[in-house]
Design a protein around this ligand. Structure first.
Ligand code: FES
Ligand code: FES
Length: 186
């Protein structure tokens, strides 16, 4: 990272996204990871919903932990492992969401794929209450929760827990669901 302007502080950084390295010049230090992924790297996913950490639409994983990309400064994600919903590791959940009709308008499908994958890596056989709790951070206007439960069942049946699992928060038992990470990483 190198500072380029004191008046309009910007830095050059390298993002590791879905296993690829992207040098990104002139990133304003206030830019969120979500803004850089969508506007600088031209990615359609994660989605841009509320922009303030309330809707869950912008879910990605950061070093294996689900996180709201709109709350993470891009500079805080530099040189860390960022996975978007388009990453191959989420393919099983993506198919399950589609097959279950769990995202009628399509807007929440990316966040659901990330959240369902994380849930099933942490919990082998979650019941309906655990599923609702795990997905509660995704504010959706058009899906029925029954479809979400079916999507989880389909993903589980397809063997998602074996699909390229990376260490997640649940592996240490410390984090029950979505992590809305703000500011510099610990
Ligand atoms: S866009 Fe709504 S939580 Fe990030
Ligand atoms: S799938 Fe349509 S708003 Fe959530």
């Amino acid at each position: 990272m190198s500072e380029s302007s004191a008046e309009w502080p910007a830095v050059g950084l390298t993002l590791r996204v879905d296993g690829h390295e992207y040098p990104v010049p002139q990133v304003w230090i206030g830019d969120s990871l979500l803004a850089v992924l969508r506007e600088r790297l031209d990615l359609d996913e994660p989605r841009d919903g509320c922009g303030v950490g309330e809707c869950g639409a912008c879910l990605v994983t950061l070093d294996g932990r689900p996180a709201a990309a709109c709350l993470i400064p891009a500079v805080a994600a530099a040189d860390r492992d960022v996975r978007t919903p388009q990453d191959a590791a989420f393919e099983i959940a993506r198919d399950a969401v589609a097959d279950a009709g769990a995202s009628p308008c399509g807007f929440c499908a990316p966040a659901l794929t990330v959240a369902i994958t994380d849930l099933l890596r942490r919990t082998a056989d979650p019941g309906p209450a655990a599923i609702r709790e795990a997905l509660a951070g995704i504010v959706c206007r058009c899906a029925e929760s029954g479809r979400w439960i079916e999507a989880v069942a389909r993903a589980k049946e397809a063997g998602i827990e074996d699909a390229g699992a990376r260490p997640g928060p649940g592996d240490s038992g410390e984090m029950p669901m979505l992590v809305f990470e703000a500011g510099e990483p610990a």
